[in-house]
Design a protein around this ligand. Structure first.
Ligand SMILES: [Ca+2]
Ligand SMILES: [Ca+2]
Ligand SMILES: [Zn+2]
Length: 313
C-alpha cells in the first residue's frame, strides 16, 4: 500500500514539474475520449511523447486568442471517427507555444490500422494581422507562396481501440513485448504527422514529382541524395534508414511497424521536421531526458514522502 501511494504522489510531482524554459508545449487533450481509452498508463506514455517534442522543438509560437471580431474556428478530424466528418470548435484559443492535440480511439475498419494523426486546420476572421498571426503562429515562412515553415494550433490523433498495445511506463528502458504493438512508437509517429510530416504545405514544398523528398537538411544527412518516399508521399519509403542514438534503424516515419518492435525518431525524421520549418535542437532525441533541476526536485519530493510514511508508521 505504501509503495503504491508513493508512486502515485511522485507521478503527480512529475506532471507538475513541466520544464518551463522550452518553447513548444505539446498538450494532449482527452475531452473527446468518451470510452475511457486513455487510462493512466497510456496518459503516462503520452506525457513522455509530449516531453520529447516539447524539449526538442524550440520555436516560439504566437498565441491565438479568439476575442471580439478576431476569431478562429478550429477544425479537426474527429478523434473518435477520423474518417468521418470533421469537427469544428468555434472561437478557439491556444496559449503562446501551446500545441493542443486532441486524442481519441476507434475500432478501425482495417485491423491493420494502428493510428491516424494530422494537424488541425481552421477558419479565421478579423484583422489581417490577427489572421496572419493565427494562421502562421508567427512563423513567417508559413505565409510564403511556397511555404518554408508551418505551425497549426495543434491537431488530432486516433489510436486503434482494440489493438493489443504495449504500454510502457518508462520509455527510457526497452523491454520485450512479443505480439503487442508499441503505444510509444505509434504515438511518436502520429505526432510527427501532427507537426506536418507528410501533411503540411511546407512538407509538400520539398516533395518532388518522383516520390522523393528534397528537403535540404534531410538530403544533406542522406549523403546529398534525396530521400525516397512511399507512394502517397506521406511517409519515407520502407527502405529508408536513419540513426537513432547512433544506431541504424528504419525511419520512424515509414508507413508501418511490426509487433514487438520499438522505433525512435531517427536523425532523418528530425531533419524532415527541420525542413518543414521546426527549430530542432537535436537530431538524436529519442526519449525524454529530465533536466538535472527536475531530478533534484523529484528527489526532494520522494524524500518528503519517505519522511511522511515514517511518521505514520
Ligand atoms: Ca520501459
Ligand atoms: Ca518554425
Ligand atoms: Zn503515418
Amino acid at each position: 500500500m505504501k509503495i503504491r501511494s508513493s508512486v502515485a504522489v511522485s507521478a503527480t510531482l512529475l506532471a507538475v514539474l513541466v520544464p518551463s524554459a522550452h518553447a513548444v508545449e505539446v498538450v494532449f487533450d482527452y475531452s473527446y475520449d468518451s470510452v475511457g481509452f486513455f487510462t493512466a498508463d497510456k496518459r503516462a506514455v503520452l506525457n513522455q511523447v509530449a516531453q520529447v517534442f516539447s524539449l526538442n522543438l524550440t520555436d516560439t509560437l504566437t498565441a491565438i486568442t479568439s476575442s471580439g471580431g478576431n476569431r478562429m474556428d478550429a477544425e479537426l478530424y474527429n478523434p473518435q471517427d477520423p474518417f468521418g466528418s470533421t469537427l469544428k470548435i468555434n472561437d478557439f484559443s491556444v496559449a503562446e507555444d501551446e500545441l493542443r492535440v486532441f486524442v481519441g480511439s476507434q475500432t478501425f475498419a482495417s485491423a491493420q490500422t494502428l493510428g491516424v494523426g494530422g494537424p488541425g486546420f481552421a477558419s479565421f476572421s478579423g484583422s489581417s494581422s490577427f489572421v496572419n498571426a493565427a494562421f502562421s503562429r508567427g512563423q513567417a515562412g508559413a505565409l510564403l507562396s511556397e511555404p518554408s515553415d508551418f505551425a497549426s494550433w495543434g491537431g488530432s490523433i486516433t489510436f486503434g481501440r482494440t489493438v493489443s498495445w504495449y504500454v510502457d511506463s518508462d520509455v527510457r528502458t526497452l523491454e520485450s513485448f512479443t505480439g503487442q504493438f508499441d503505444f510509444y512508437t505509434v504515438a511518436m509517429h502520429e505526432m510527427a504527422h501532427v507537426l506536418g510530416f507528410g501533411t503540411a504545405d511546407s512538407w509538400f514544398t520539398d516533395v518532388s514529382g518522383t516520390h522523393t523528398y528534397v528537403g535540404a537538411q534531410t538530403t544533406a544527412l542522406n549523403g546529398g541524395v534525396p530521400v525516397a518516399l512511399q507512394g502517397t508521399d506521406a511517409h519515407f519509403a520502407t527502405s529508408v534508414n536513419g540513426l537513432a542514438e547512433g544506431v541504424s534503424q528504419q525511419a520512424l516515419l515509414a508507413p508501418s511497424i511490426n509487433p514487438g518492435r520499438r522505433k525512435y525518431m531517427t536523425d532523418l525524421d528530425w531533419a524532415a521536421l527541420d525542413d518543414i520549418g521546426w527549430e530542432v535542437a537535436s537530431l538524436q532525441a529519442t526519449v525524454p531526458v529530465p533536466e538535472p533541476r527536475t531530478w533534484a526536485l523529484m528527489l526532494g519530493g520522494i524524500m518528503l514522502i519517505g519522511a511522511a510514511a515514517r511518521r505514520r508508521a
